[in-house]
Design a protein around this ligand. Sequence first.
Ligand SMILES: Nc1nc2c(ncn2[C@@H]2O[C@H](COP(=O)(O)OP(=O)(O)OP(=O)(O)O)[C@@H](O)[C@H]2O)c(=O)[nH]1
Ligand SMILES: [Mg+2]
Length: 503
Amino acid sequence: MAFFFGKKKSHLELPISKNKPRLSPKRKGDGTVSRAKVNQFLRGNTRKLLAVVALLALITVWRSLGNSNWSQSSPFELQDAEYYDYDFLETDVETLKKYDNGSEHFLITQGGTDVLTPADKEKFEREIQMLYGSTVQKYNLEAFQGSPNGIKNREHVLLLVPLRNAERVLPLMFKNLMNLTYPHELIDLAFLVSDCSEDDNTLSALIEYSKELQSGNLSELFAETDSDEQILQEKGTRDLFLKYMRPSYLEKVKKAYSPPFHENYDKPFRSIQIFQKDFGQIIGQGFSDRHAVKVQGVRRKLMGRARNWLTANALKPYHSWVYWRDADVELCPGSVIQDLMSIGYDVAVPNVWRPLPEFLSGEQAYDLNSWPESPDALRLAKTLDEDDVIVEGYAEYATYRIHLGYNRDPDGNPKDIMELDGVGGVSILAKAQLFRNGVHFPAFTFENHAETEAFGKMAKKMGYRVAGLPNYTLWHIYEPSDDDLLLIAEKERGSKRSGDGSP
Ligand SMILES: Nc1nc2c(ncn2[C@@H]2O[C@H](COP(=O)(O)OP(=O)(O)OP(=O)(O)O)[C@@H](O)[C@H]2O)c(=O)[nH]1
Ligand SMILES: [Mg+2]
């Protein structure tokens, strides 16, 4: 077990230390931040926060003996060793202070003979280890290779989420994160917020939600804000398209977001880091803007840069796995991390679908970026310029690939596996060793692909095994395209004319 201390207390970077007082959970009226204040903050325009890194690690508690299980009834007894195993040896800052002024008195030798008494020598060696341990960490990377049974082997996961103009989907994202049943104390979260528009509050909202999450209060906050949202919906002021969605899908969503949740739902994560850095993305984040074929190459290469930057800054030697997750996932099994791990591949992705209005077939394969390579696509690539990027789902690029998306059997075995070359980015689990060994998200054209598809191809090229699970489904949110909105408006006019109000 290791506790973190900086050399000087005032420079502690991680708020985990034996010396800090135990923070108690914030409760209504306890003089900390009231729920109303947070809500006001989240709604407000306080976009002044230009923090490069906001490190929101965990609340501190004394490690006590006895029952090490987290339970709702004792929400702040974080006893799992992983909350405390930061990289530094247990260090006594007072003891080390003398080394700031030199330590000759410890290093007297005579004719090459150590003149320290055995007791002094032992003390000196202990202290010198402490000194090194305060700045130098040693890792045997063999121990962080990643195995199919990460929970049993207590393997650390770095969970990465890129965000842009994502304020609206943050509640959805956080609910899905809390719903993860991979032990939260083994997950480090790192978010990258980039290129948001002036009126967007992704960064400030993310910071506030993260604080609430790490103090165990986020589900309580959502319980209050959700009732506000329901009122809005009842007034019919937003999300008109919901009327046209499959009732069975809406029922699934309702169930997923209603209690009871799993017993560790509110448990804080091992750490949260938030990065803000712009990469010059200017293509609109609206559904129709970002899906135009002409912009795909540029957009995807900038996303590649963003992903690589985030990996480079957040990956630590003790991570065995990296899990990439988009913010706009609506339904996802809580066990997704351990399920993807269990297949024994180096890179694993689920199948990503989205719901649609019933008049548009009700559902659709969404992520078409996961595929095994096809002879047609290889032939097509030969006809393209070196810098051209093939993107799936566009008539311009007839690849005739067999997409993971279309290989889904809703009643099929969720453990079925399909070997892949390209992968989509909505939910990628990869062994951390890939990134250490140089696999990344090309921000240039690699084999006529960029970003996540090129990541899959590069992983394969470097000898790693890449697979998808065709019958294991994540549901991406439905955002009506401009065309869909026109159809919905037409239907609304029709139902008003007929006077029955039904879709
Ligand atoms: N940091 C960063 N995040 C981005 C950028 N563009 C999108 N994101 C985030 O990356 C994730 C995926 O972005 P989406 O806009 O859904 O794009 P996509 O998944 O490539 O494509 P879709 O199929 O449209 O969902 C989301 O969490 C976004 O908020 C960007 O330029 N920078
Ligand atoms: Mg998306």
